[in-house]
Design a protein around this ligand. Structure first.
Ligand SMILES: Cc1ncc(C[n+]2csc(CCOP(=O)(O)OP(=O)(O)O)c2C)c(N)n1
Length: 623
């Protein structure tokens, strides 16, 4: 049998395919996805669930004229393959290669870039209104997962759509999973829609009759959908989305191509906002992923036969050390609770959740709510630890200022994946937190040098009874041994790792090995070099900075964050205010969106290597 995938590059190539060819193509795409992701790593499970739905979308709609938006867009691999990027798909998530998400500057087919949840509906509404204003006829389709639909911002958009446009299609891709099992009342409600046995029995018997009678007759199919619409409410009582002004169609089997095409055509031709509820299976077609979709949500390179990750790390990650330490602290302090916004496993809280189910809160993909919820808990003597990726905490900045810092409440923000993350790229790099939060009054911001210091920082945060952010990177801590005793870190005090007087290198956390290697280079050139584990961004150890400034000819700062406004800026300000006359050489990520790629490549490109930093220092001192 000849390959269909070989012949298909663009949406137009799908238009003439028969149903059998479409079915064959779905199988070939699944194999292609598994094979490629087994080498590149990526979001496997969500993409395996999206194959037929994407094929049907591209059969019925015509991007780039029609706008198809994917929420988060981690599930848009099939879309990439079928919109001219099949031949470059093997470069997925590698430096200079295709992004793992949609990006407007990657393809004209990418109507809207994303990486964070919940944005598709608002953006789709913006596009629909622009179309309405210009008298255009294109369609705007937002594909949103069941977990992303429960984001606060999705509901803000839902609340606004009916009064603002009459033509917008929302495809609810319901696999009943977030990364982990989905949570919350919206999820329960969707589950009831999917599972209502009386409605589903009625629906499938009517569908069969219509199929037999109508063949290709559009008119009869329309009658069926209208009938379904009026009868549905008898079974489902109130369909929430209809209260928001949507016509609800579904649930539809998201792996049945003819049914999907049929329903999408009905949606396309209607002149009301439509919600098409599509049931898909996360991980479909790869047994390991079907069985454990959570593990396979995002994966590194793996062996297809065994389902084993190719490069497993034996050293514990910062996230795991955070999770196990929080369990120890919870045993000692009954006030400690853990909060996650749908990142239970990623943030290392899975074991905590099992051990302390009533002290663990997964609030869904709602970082803003998580922060204010934590603030409320803190007013009542509870000590909430909100574990959140640095990049996703961006969403909740106002709440951190207004609800936590302003009231000086003891909420602990554990900013995981702080710094460059690598393959996921600019939507996920956690490089802005220090620059954004450093000016918030009352907030302590710190970063541990290693796993043991993280343990002590978590303990210290409880003692201080004020807002605290602890940032730590994606990565492991080789040789980690958990300290038997907790020790309080002296608040706002840095730690001198190496004595020296001429050049002082101040670094944070995972940048310390780079600081030491840079110091080694400079020592061989005859300089006296001190190295400081800064530990605190706020409050900065100004006393130590200023005492070193008496002799130092240069201060070098190194941070895994954007170089404008962050830690290096704090040191510069302190020195400038004191009238320091020496050189300050700040090192970090430039104020630009750093692309995806292996961290080692990105560091090389941006001069974050011992040789490059040492050369910069030597040049500055010579100048
Ligand atoms: C603001 C934000 N918080 C957390 C995440 C991490 N995240 C990526 S995908 C995902 C689950 C999305 O679930 P759903 O929308 O149902 O899509 P599915 O993967 O099931 O297709 C989460 C929590 C994110 N992308 N954005």
């Amino acid at each position: 049998m000849s390959s269909v995938l070989e012949k298909v590059n663009l949406p137009a190539d799908l238009k003439g395919l028969t149903l059998d060819e479409m079915t064959q193509l779905a199988g070939e795409i699944r194999e292609f996805l598994i094979e490629t992701i087994s080498r590149t790593g990526g979001h496997l499970a969500s993409n395996l669930g999206m194959v037929e739905l994407t094929l049907a979308l591209l059969k019925v709609f015509n991007p780039p004229g029609d706008k198809i938006l994917f929420d988060v867009s981690h599930q848009a691999y099939t879309y990439k393959i079928l919109t001219g990027r099949k031949d470059r798909f093997s470069t997925l998530r590698q430096y200079g290669g295709l992004s793992g998400f949609l990006k407007r500057d990657e393809s004209e087919y990418d109507a809207f870039g994303a990486g964070h949840s919940g944005t598709a509906l608002s953006a789709a509404l913006g596009m629909a209104v622009a179309r309405d204003r210009s008298g255009g006829s294109g369609h705007v389709v937002a594909v949103v997962g069941d977990a992303s639909l429960a984001c606060g911002v999705s509901f803000e958009a839902l609340n606004n759509i009916h009064s603002t446009t009459s033509r917008l299609i929302l495809i609810l891709n319901d696999n009943e999973m977030s990364i982990s099992a989905n949570v919350g009342s919206v999820s329960r409600y969707l589950g009831e829609l999917l599972a209502n046995p009386r409605y589903n029995r009625w629906k499938s018997s009517i569908e069969d009759v219509v199929k037999r009678m109508s063949g290709q007759s559009q008119a009869l199919r329309r009658v069926y959908y209208r009938l379904e619409e009026s009868v549905k409410n008898l079974f489902l009582h109130s369909v929430l989305f209809e209260e928001f002004g949507f016509r609800y169609i579904g649930p539809i089997d998201g792996h049945d191509i003819p049914k999907l095409i049929d329903a999408l055509e009905i949606a396309r031709d209607d002149i009301r906002p439509i919600l098409l509820h599509v049931a898909t299976q996360k991980g479909r077609g790869y047994e390991f992923a079907e069985q454990c979709p959570e593990t396979w949500h995002g994966t590194g390179a793996f062996d297809i036969e065994s389902g084993k990750v190719t490069k497993p790390s034996s050293a514990p990650s910062y996230s795991q050390i955070f999770g196990s330490t929080l369990e120890r602290l919870a045993a000692r302090y009954p006030s400690v609770v853990a909060i996650t916004a749908a990142m239970q496993t990623g943030t290392g809280l899975a074991s905590f959740a099992e051990r302390y189910p009533d002290r663990f809160f997964d609030v869904g993909i709602n970082e803003e709510h998580a922060v204010v919820f934590a603030a409320g808990l803190a007013t009542q003597g509870i000590t909430p630890f909100f574990a959140v990726y640095s990049t996703f905490a961006q969403r909740a900045l106002d709440y951190i200022v207004h609800d936590v810092c302003l009231q000086n409440l003891p909420v602990v923000f554990c900013l995981d994946r702080a710094g460059i993350v690598g393959d996921d790229g600019p939507t996920h790099h956690g490089i802005f937190d220090m620059a954004m939060m450093r000016s918030f009054p009352n907030l302590v911001i710190m970063q541990p040098a290693d796993g043991a210091e993280l343990v002590h920082m978590l303990y210290s945060a409880i003692q201080w009874k004020r807002p605290v952010a602890i940032r730590y990177p994606r990565g492991n801590c080789p040789g980690f041994v958990s300290p038997d005793q907790f020790e309080e870190v002296p608040l706002g005090r840095a730690h001198v790792l190496r004595e020296g007087w001429e050049i002082q290198i101040w670094a944070l956390g995972d940048m310390l090995p780079l600081a030491i290697a840079t110091a080694d280079r400079l020592v061989t050139k005859g300089y006296s070099v001190g190295v400081v584990n800064a530990r605190f961004v706020a409050p900065l150890d100004e006393d130590l900075v200023l005492s070193q400034a008496r002799l130092a000819r240069a201060f070098v700062t190194i941070e895994n964050g954007v170089v404008t406004g962050g830690f290096g800026s704090a040191v510069s300000e302190c020195l400038a205010d004191a009238g320091y006359q020496g050189r300050v050489i700040r090192n970090g990520w430039p104020k630009e969106f750093v692309p995806h790629g292996a961290p080692s490549i990105l560091e090389e490109k941006h001069g974050l290597t011992p040789d490059a930093i040492a050369a910069r220092v030597v040049k500055a001192l010579a100048g």
